[in-house]
Design a protein around this ligand. Sequence first.
Ligand code: BG6
Ligand code: MG
Length: 212
Amino acid sequence: MITSVIFDLDGVIVFTDKYHYLGWKKIADELGIYFDEEINNRLRGVSRMESLEIILERYEGAPLSDEEKVKLANRKNEYYRELLNNMTPLDVTDSVRHTLSELRKRGYLLSVGSSSKNAKFILEKVDLTDAFDAISDGTNIDNSKPNPEVFVKAANFLNMPCNRCLVVEDAEAGIKAAKAAGMATVAIGDAAKANIADHNINEFSDLLNILL
Ligand code: BG6
Ligand code: MG
């Protein structure tokens, strides 16, 4: 029996995935690296430094030191934070807000399970912090998705065993992480194309047909 729902943030609750793309695109352009939406899909759910390594697969310049890589990742984060700064509660759709509050009314515990170190900042900007009973994010993990750590921590924060949790994800890496944690899975957006989750949905509100 499912008692708790763990939501990925970027690309599920808010469309910050497009801001991640713009931030990385700027870095890729500066370095003369080819980067497109398809490569961007591989960055979903993976950490900032791992994302950089994926982008650098096509880098043909002089070798970069670890220090230079950290500087690039920090610069991407500055570009990204500039975009996040313009976010307001209007960046969360009515459908997402309604679905979250309806799930709570139905008795489900709700958590965020995000690889991002910016998750709490985003939730504050869009006024959604109080919609969740727990937040597990990039600040409390050592390994990002597809490692299950972020979801196992979310279950721990909710005091729930993993097999009572269902994860909602737009990243293939996220669906794999949830499965590795022994959790039920719902894929939306890019992850739905892979057809590896227990359910694929088109609209966030479709969750109300699955979680009765
Ligand atoms: C995930 C995104 O939510 O967070 C990834 O899907 C991103 O694309 C990761 O790399 C880390 O985000 P941040 O905000 O800590 O750089
Ligand atoms: Mg995501």
